[in-house]
Design a protein around this ligand. Structure first.
Ligand code: SAH
Ligand code: DHB
Ligand code: MG
Length: 224
């Protein structure tokens, strides 16, 4: 049953990719480079990358913050949504991941729009606050699930009223509903959801997703 469902989700993702999403050598090669370098295959799917791109364009994002670069796949989708002069600040703790991402950004021709910060997000975010840069229009949270609530706390001061914050992997194959789960990733996501729910600076929902990446979901948050 489950594998039938999985096949259907994959087939429909392929259909959506073939009709609406589109692809090109830079995106395909980015995924190939990630695999060749032995990075874990935990990038967003093509249709999810396109969703991030569409959201960035919908809010007219000129400045985007990404927490968790990996090999730059979601970053390419986001950077391509920026207008001339726009910036994607993307944070990655793993130098090997960052190296792969830099090459992928280069090949995609988006390097002039990228500011990569190599370091732990919880250390980098306060330095961004101190730099007094203009606010981010969109934040994509996709790094260590146990720290999601802390990323949110440190990202809101970097936003403006109307900024969008999207967080990946908040459903985790449905395990998120288990309040007794010992899994630190589930506990991290649940703590994040509780912080979002209780923070009057934001209002939010979450969307369940299925597809080539299985069953998961995004939290979609707006700063009020
Ligand atoms: N957004 C990427 C996938 C990110 S995977 C894409 O869709 O293409 C999560 C990434 O977060 C990994 O590369 C991991 O090294 C990084 N990461 C994990 N903990 C981190 C931390 N504390 N600070 C910054 N990056 C972190
Ligand atoms: C994991 C992390 C992700 O960001 C993701 O999209 C899927 C899986 C993980 O750490 O297992
Ligand atoms: Mg993710």
């Amino acid at each position: 049953m489950e594998s039938d469902a999985g096949d259907r989700w994959t087939n429909v993702d392929r259909y959506i990719d073939g009709t609406l999403v589109g692809s090109d050598d830079a995106l395909e090669q980015a995924l190939q480079e990630c695999a060749a370098a032995g990075l874990p295959p935990i990038n967003v799917s093509p249709s999810q990358g396109k969703l991030l791109h569409v959201l960035a364009r919908a809010v007219g994002a000129r400045r985007i913050l990404e927490i968790g670069t990996l090999g730059g796949y979601s970053g390419i989708w986001l950077a391509r949504a920026l207008p001339h002069g726009g910036t994607l600040v993307t944070i990655e703790v793993n130098e090997a991941h960052a190296r792969v991402a830099r090459r992928n950004f280069d090949r995609a021709g988006v390097t002039p729009r990228i500011e990569m910060r190599v370091g732990r997000a919880l250390e980098v975010l306060p330095t961004l606050v101190n730099e007094h840069q203009p606010p981010f229009d969109l934040v994509f949270i996709d790094a260590d699930k146990t720290e999601y609530a802390d990323y949110l706390e440190r990202s809101i001061p970097l936003c403006r009223s109307g900024s969008l914050i999207v967080a990946d992997n908040v459903v985790r194959n449905g395990t998120v509903v288990d309040g007794e789960s010992p899994d630190p990733l589930v506990r991290g996501v649940r703590r994040f959801m509780a912080v979002v729910a209780g923070d009057r600076r934001v209002t939010a929902t979450a969307l369940q997703t299925v597809g080539v990446k299985g069953y998961d979901g995004f939290a979609v948050i707006v700063v009020v």
